[in-house]
Design a protein around this ligand. Structure first.
Ligand SMILES: Cc1ncc(COP(=O)(O)O)c(C=O)c1O
Length: 465
């Protein structure tokens, strides 16, 4: 009986499904094997891309193999390739094959991690993975969490838990906090006059005395300080705020400590990173993004909350039409931990990666990223006539300036390198100083990749502007 039913909802035949599936697997593995010979980034104009893959709404069937080939040829190349060994811009995403496989499996079976009855397998996988991360990052037993699409949504989810626990009031961040966090707060309805953006010191970290004074001043004005946001690796320079000091201050002031470790947090899996990030485990809520530095494909952001039930207190609902599928005492309805009701499972990929490679191997790959930035720093220091080091290698980020270059020069160097596609990096500014920035999270990056990138940048003309 089962065989008499078409395998595909829209009627594709089984032989073709198998052929296309195998074709796609080969395409992806060819890419992974040959990626260093492909561009690190490519961009094409909207008009050209529309001409290649647009047109009127397709009314009639066409060959799926040809359509897939069209996507491979025109869509896939035109993006930043975060898994490329010379992709040093913003924050790379060097996804491991186990992560890709886990995502494919989940998509192939259309897995859902929402109510308990609706997806007990995926839900348990998510709870297990969250607990593995909790242990690896040193948070206490009882800490709970949820996997969402990335750092932005994970930080938003944490803020909802913080406000449910502490009420609304004044929130403190600093000038190195990722810009999405301020956006999260205002989108959550906070008035921008309730957000304090403190200037950082010359290490790009909070000055604890300034923070304490700002809190005291707000209290003296009759306002209610509710949350301190700390950085466990800033996107600009990898700076880490004085986390134990922030935790002590938050406890003393009865405030919530949120730590954004979206990019830097996974460094705590290594001895060197754990030292730099000491105190991160004291957070009331902590965010890390496995699609940045835990070798997962997009999308995958994790929020961990120290207080059992805090996420549910912000997000729980129990409509009558979901009562049939809700879990019992020890079971978890994950839809009660964030804004997502229907939600894919993002846990299978993490589970498969942890299970296959183990924490030791994963930590070694994170350590490799830390050391690649240190080698880039040494290369910059070795050529003082070309480069000036601006911030030392920290958690896989190093910043430097081309001697004699201005902000326009740096922007042009990045644009030229990006247009060539051989490698790409970012420009940014630190306290008004324009810099170039390498983020080296991909353990596949070689010294030749670093050297070639610096040589290309050094050979480009600058004007001093
Ligand atoms: C420190 C930090 N926080 C938050 C974010 C936002 O994360 P996402 O892009 O996954 O939403 C980023 C992104 O780079 C980041 O580096």
């Amino acid at each position: 009986m089962i065989n008499s039913r078409a395998a595909d909802t829209l009627g594709m035949d089984e032989a073709q499904m198998r052929a296309l599936g195998h074709q796609m697997v080969e395409m992806v593995i060819d890419h992974l094997v040959g990626r260093s010979g492909e561009p690190a980034i490519e961009v094409t104009s909207r008009a050209r891309l529309e001409a290649l893959i647009g047109g009127p709404v397709p009314q009639d069937p066409s060959d799926a193999g040809a359509a897939l080939a069209q996507l491979r040829a025109h869509v896939i190349p035109n993006q930043q390739h975060g898994d490329h060994p010379r992709y040093f811009a913003r924050v790379p995403s060097p996804a491991a094959f186990t992560g890709i496989l886990g995502d494919w499996l989940g998509t192939g079976f259309n897995t859902i991690a929402t109510s308990w009855v609706g997806g007990s397998g995926p839900a348990v996988t998510e709870l297990i993975v969250i607990d593995w991360l909790r242990q690896a990052l040193g948070m206490p037993e009882g800490t709970q969490g949820i996997i969402v699409s990335g750092g932005s949504l994970a930080n938003f989810t944490a803020f909802a838990a913080a406000f449910a626990a502490k009420g609304r009031g004044i929130v403190y961040m600093n000038d190195q906090t990722h810009s999405s966090l301020k956006r999260n707060l205002t989108a959550a309805g906070l008035d921008s006059s309730d957000i304090r953006m403190l200037p950082t010191n010359d290490r790009q970290e909070y000055d604890l005395a300034d923070l304490q004074a700002a809190i005291a001043e707000d209290r003296a004005r009759g306002l209610k300080p509710v949350m301190i946001i700390g950085n466990a690796g800033t996107t600009n320079t990898g700076a880490v705020d004085p986390l134990p000091g922030l935790a002590a201050l938050a406890r003393a002031e009865d405030m919530w400590l949120h730590i954004d470790g979206a990019y830097g947090g996974p460094a705590a899996l290594t001895a060197q990173g754990a030292e730099a990030l000491a105190g991160m485990e004291l957070a009331d809520s902590l965010v890390i993004d496995p699609h940045k530095w835990l070798f997962q494909p997009y999308d995958c952001g994790v929020v961990l909350v120290r207080h059992p039930g805090a996420l549910e207190r912000a997000f729980a609902m129990s409509p009558e039409y979901l009562k049939d599928v809700m879990g019992g005492e020890d079971e978890v309805d994950l839809f009660n931990r964030s804004l997502e009701l229907s939600r894919k499972t993002r846990a299978l990929k993490l589970w498969l990666t942890f299970k296959t490679h183990g924490l030791t191997r994963i930590a070694a790959a994170v350590q490799a990223g830390i050391e690649i930035a240190e080698r880039a720093e040494a290369m910059v220091r070795a050529e003082p006539e070309a480069w000036e080091l601006v911030t030392k290698a920290k958690l896989g980020i190093v910043t430097f300036a081309r001697v004699g270059a201005g902000a326009k020069d740096h922007a042009r160097l990045v644009a030229n390198l990006t247009a060539e596609g051989w490698a790409t990096l970012s420009s940014t500014s630190i306290k008004g100083r324009s810099v170039l920035r390498l983020c080296t999270l991909n353990p596949l990056t070689s010294d030749d990749d670093l050297r070639g990138t610096l040589e290309r940048l050094a050979a480009m003309k600058i004007t001093g502007e």
